[in-house]
Write a protein that binds this ligand. Sequence first.
Ligand code: NGQ
Ligand code: ZN
Length: 460
Amino acid sequence: MPDSYFASYFAEHALLAEGWRADVRLVVDAEGFIDSVIPDSPPGDATRLNGPVLPGMPNLHSHAFQRAMAGLAEIGSARPDSFWSWRERMYALVDRLTPEQVGVIARALYVEMLKGGYTQVSEFHYLHHDPRGRPYTDPAAMSRALLEAADASGIGMTLLPVFYAHGDFGGQPASPSQRRFLHSPDSYLRLLENLAPLCSGHATRALGMALHSLRAVTHDEISDILAADPAGPRHIHVAEQCKEVEACLAWCGKRPVRWLLDNVDVDERWCLIHATHLDAGEIRDLAASGAVAGLCPTTEANLGDGIFAATEYAAGGGRWGIGSDSHVSLDLVEELRLLEYGQRLTSQRRNVLQDAGQRRVGDWLYRQALAGGAQASGQPIGALGPGKRADWIVLDGDDPYLASAGDDTRLGRWLFGGSKGQIRDVMVAGRWQVRDGRHELDDNNRSALTDLLRALRKAE
Ligand code: NGQ
Ligand code: ZN
């Protein structure tokens, strides 16, 4: 193999599996995967990276179209607002979006994600059909718009087409505002079949599956779908709101996560989004299952969901990752910080989420979120090591706070005293997507998105 087949990079500080290492040479092959990682090496002719290098963060939960309403549902009404009144506003947006519009929103969103430190997005995609609820001529039209937006931005995508059939527990009929989401198990499995060839053999695409929530599916439908043994990760929204837990108890006498653990083979393939309301037994058993809890701290705060028992869950060895969900924030710094702060505010203690070995909160948060995010994405990502995809972010090496930090304080400075503005360069699968804080689609996205958001406003 000629040398030119590989690209070599040199980082003074890089976060490897064993922790921060100095003078690291990273060798990337032509397919965009890491060939070798050699600490304590001379720079030689390698391209120098201008700051600390960390693995890119997987974003394990996104509804791309919801970015169009971020910040627009912050006006109260005479009745107390809730998750459920927010959902009505969200459905009003859902009513009118076309695949082209979703493509414009997603392309700009994914660029913002890259700038926020995310190099892979798990798109929990349920807006399948036309505004009357009929499949498009190409039933995968919306899915394609999302895949194309991911390609254009350069972010990696795990597409999770969502099965959605009912409006509440026990197979209740879906409401008219849910008409664009609905499938039978057969039409859903056909969609997965159609999408499989679009996602296989691609370094930056993967396919998984999702159930919207236990409100949206019956036990028989779950069984039919899982009997087909769909490939890739399996995601589901669960136990986000107390009302949902109460409705589940009324339906079957069990809490939602308990029902899932008792009736579905929940293992490493699964990612339970939110899982906010857990009792002690659910915390213990979910942690032991090997599944990932998909935490979305800024959305959960915005929607008034509650606070995940991260301290108890982590004590049981529970795996977790982060998602930006409704996209009120596109900044992994905010997600990780809020996760720790939620625990501080409820326990009235400090430095809660940590590894007893080295006690650095920032390091623990970042590394746990990488591991859980990679697992939930079903891709070889989330680490700088041989065979992993070359996804990394470079922080600003000239920033005084970062430049003066040591291995023990670098992530504390960034995650608790800094912001996503300190991310300078972002690589996905061996290609630069953000350089010096800029993306090549910036100008195009700005005008297309402004036009679209104005048009949506007029149509309100
Ligand atoms: C969703 N979003 O499907 O977009 C949900 C709200 C629901 C979040 N859970 C709707 N954050 O759960 O029914
Ligand atoms: Zn969601």
